[in-house]
Design a protein around this ligand. Structure first.
Ligand SMILES: [Zn+2]
Length: 717
């Protein structure tokens, strides 16, 4: 049970003991009025204390009348304050606890109790404070800048610069990502990053400081902390929470990010314009860190950086994080475990949803970020990455859970409600186990293309006009059957002319053999050349009759309109189609491919043009090497596919990331089935198909263990 400073053990006895107490405020208290969401309240902070405390108007009114001679009860009576004694007693016992109010005995204020030293923060290997100093003199020197920076003109300049930055980014984003992949692994780049980052952050912090100054506040503490081995400066801008203007408070929170984004825009400009490698490098780092780190860390309200303060000021829910935690605890204790606990948090109904949502979301994001950091660190030092991961899980998840469970157990024992707690715990345990171990099926749906073998294609060898289609489309034909005939009078005329020329030359040669034998070799040469030309034309003439190169069903699109049509040389006229004798090619990401290869998957193919048919694939083969070019342009983003292709490349099949190709073989017997259904008789199925890969069922826990093992295995090699 909560034991407070006056040694009061129960909530009920609190008022009895406090009502006659003579209390006095400690000197130097900071008290600011605030209105959030229409509700009026006061922010109060003991001198030298880091934490702020919120009180309502009534408590504030009582607080102002404390003089060490008059009791709480008298104040309430004199001022005719209608107040819940119970709530007032609770508020004041807490004010005594945190050292804002002190009891007085015999008219003399009790000697100030030594403030309990703030609990030493547990050492955090990813970030600890290196040194601190008072930045006030520095900010005083810089304060003339305020007039320059915090005015409408500069706001316009800022907007224009950010707009320019966004434009440049959109314009160069493929080059930028290529540059990043090229540079990221270079130790020199890492050095530049290490050197530039603290400077960028220093500008960020100065911007905070100036914004506080502009609002009339003071910054008493600044310093340097080491965050994942990178020196990062910081300032304590908490004075801004006493600003009554919401706009001013939000400006302080946003100033750092705004400065960084401005620098990022300038950096991008330098990267684009500069010819010098070093300037380009620095510009690039400023651009990347100023934008990405700002978006991922600073602007994100789920981490307790600038975005958090900006967000909580914006939605007008102060102390979002700590109150979210308290509310969650309160609800779990009272609603879930049916225990009675003191309600140590007050909130308006409109704040409820934010408070309930914030805690879990922030925890998940924090764990995610730390795991990403751990994974990045383990690229360089595996053991350190693993240590960070284990430590993070302990500090962020298991230790708070353990403390909560212990607290819960103690309270339950005290209130003799152990049974209910045990039941609730069991249900929670079963739920967690269910989520972890119940297997579920996963499917992957991808678009693929049908690839028909070369010999099934019906192509023209010679250009000409179609005179006759000998077989209608949809009919079965044998290899070598005549399919259609072309007419090309020019070609025939050319052949006749060549024949005649050849004949004349032959005659000349014969007569020359007798009269001028020295001309014979030249004539022979001319004849050979003519003969060669004639052979070539003869081949083309033969090509006017087009034969099937394999047996199968003839499929010619719009064959009724074919007669009289002019076809070009090499044009694809149709197919002699053997269902089943084709391949389906599909391209998936490397990660998806890994998963497909590792598990015994089955796959089904569905034709876009015949949605009722699904064929189970007989054989799935992965192409051993990653591919950089799509097998067909229809799969790429240039032609409406899902896979990103490099739009600057003319082929429109060059992919941004390497991918893995799978070739799927359909069973031969499905051919009969499809033909029997009359589905493929007259048409080649549309080029694209949908493929559904079914993974074998697995549980969340299994997946997690697998991923972890893969990860460690990969890093250890
Ligand atoms: Zn900041």
């Amino acid at each position: 049970m909560n034991q407070n400073a006056l040694g009061l053990a129960t909530v009920d006895g609190l008022w009895q003991q406090l009502k006659n107490a003579q209390l006095v405020c400690v000197p130097g208290i900071k008290c600011t009025h605030r209105t959030d969401g229409g509700a009026s309240w006061w922010l109060i902070q003991a001198p030298g204390a880091e934490n702020q405390y919120r009180i309502d108007d009534l408590t504030h009114a009582v607080l102002q009348r404390l003089n060490g001679r008059i009791s709480l009860e008298k104040i309430c009576l004199n001022e005719q304050l209608t107040v819940s004694e119970h709530e007032l007693a609770e508020q004041f016992s807490r004010l005594i606890e945190i050292g804002i109010v002190r009891p007085v005995s015999n008219g003399i204020a009790a000697p100030e109790e030594p403030q309990p030293r703030p609990a030493k923060r547990s050492f955090n290997p990813t970030g600890f404070v290196f040194f601190t100093f008072n930045p006030d003199p520095l900010l005083r020197k810089l304060s003339p800048l305020c007039r320059l920076l915090f005015n409408p003109l500069f706001a316009v300049i800022w907007c224009v610069m950010i707009g320019l930055g966004v434009f440049l980014w959109l314009d160069h984003h493929t080059e930028l990502s290529a540059y990043l992949t090229m540079r990221a692994a270079d130790p020199l780049y890492i050095f530049w990053f290490w050197a530039v980052y603290p400077i960028l952050k220093a500008v960020h912090e100065v911007a905070h400081g100036l914004a506080v100054w502009q609002g009339g506040g003071r910054v008493r503490k600044a310093g340097l902390m080491l965050l994942v081995f990178i020196p990062v400066p910081f300032v304590d801008a908490s004075d801004s929470s006493h600003f009554s203007s919401k706009r001013q408070r939000m400006l302080v929170a946003a100033a750092g990010m705004m400065a960084e984004m401005l620098l990022a825009a300038v950096g991008l400009l330098v990267w684009c314009m500069s010819e010098q490698a070093i300037l380009q490098e620095i510009g690039f780092i400023v651009a990347v860190t100023g934008s990405i780190s700002t978006v991922l860390f600073n602007a994100n309200p789920l981490l307790r950086f600038d975005g958090y303060y900006l967000f909580s000021d914006w939605i007008e829910v102060p102390n979002l994080a700590s109150r979210a935690q308290l509310l969650l605890r309160y609800i779990l204790f009272t609603r879930v475990f049916g225990l009675q606990v003191e309600k140590s948090i007050d909130y308006q109904p409109r704040e409820m949803k934010w408070l309930l949502l914030y805690g879990p979301a922030a925890l998940c994001y924090r764990l995610f970020i730390i795991m990403v950091i751990a994974a990045l660190v383990s690229d360089y030092l595996l053991w350190l990455g693993v240590c960070i991961a284990v430590w993070a899980l302990w500090v962020q998840l298991f230790k708070p859970l353990g403390c909560f469970a212990y607290d819960l157990w103690q309270t339950a024992r005290h209130q003799r409600r152990v049974q209910r707690v045990v039941y609730a715990m069991l249900v929670a345990f079963m739920l967690v186990m269910g989520i972890l171990f119940i297997p579920f099926q996963m499917t992957l749906i991808a678009k693929g293309v049908i690839v028909l073998p070369e010999r099934s294609q019906l192509r023209s060898i010679t250009e000409g006009t179609v005179t006759q289609l000998h077989v209608p489309s949809g009919r079965h034909i044998n290899q070598g059957d005549l399919v259609l005939a072309l007419r090309n009078p020019d070609l025939l005329a050319q052949r006749d002319k060549l024949r005649a020329e050849l004949k004349i030359k032959e005659n000349i040669r014969h007569s020359a053999l007798l009269g001028e034998p020295q001309r014979a070799p030249l004539l022979l040469e001319q004849i050979a050349s003519l003969q060669k030309e004639l052979d070539h034309v003869n081949d083309k003439v033969a090509g006017l009759a087009i034969h099937a190169s394999q047996s199968g069903v003839l499929v010619i699109d719009r064959w009724q309109d074919f007669e009289g049509r002019y076809v070009n040389k090499g044009e694809l006229l149709g197919f002699v189609y053997q269902p089943g004798a084709f391949e389906v090619q599909v391209v998936v990401s490397v990660a998806q491919a890994e998963r497909l290869k590792r598990e015994g998957v089955t796959a089904q193919v569905r034709f876009a043009s015949y949605p009722d048919h699904t064929i189970t694939v007989k054989n799935i083969r992965a192409v051993p090497q990653a591919i950089h070019y799509l097998p067909d342009a229809v799969l790429g983003s240039a032609y409406g596919g899902d896979l990103l292709v490099d739009m600057t490349d003319d082929s429109k099949v060059k992919m941004i990331h390497p991918m893995i190709q799978f070739n799927l073989e359909l069973p031969i017997d499905s051919a009969d089935e499809l033909l029997a259904d009359d589905a493929f008789d007259n048409r080649v199925p549309a080029k694209t198909v949908l493929i559904k890969f079914n993974h074998s069922p697995h549980s969340f826990a299994g997946e997690l263990v697998y991923r972890l093992r893969e990860f460690l295995f990969e890093k250890m090699l």
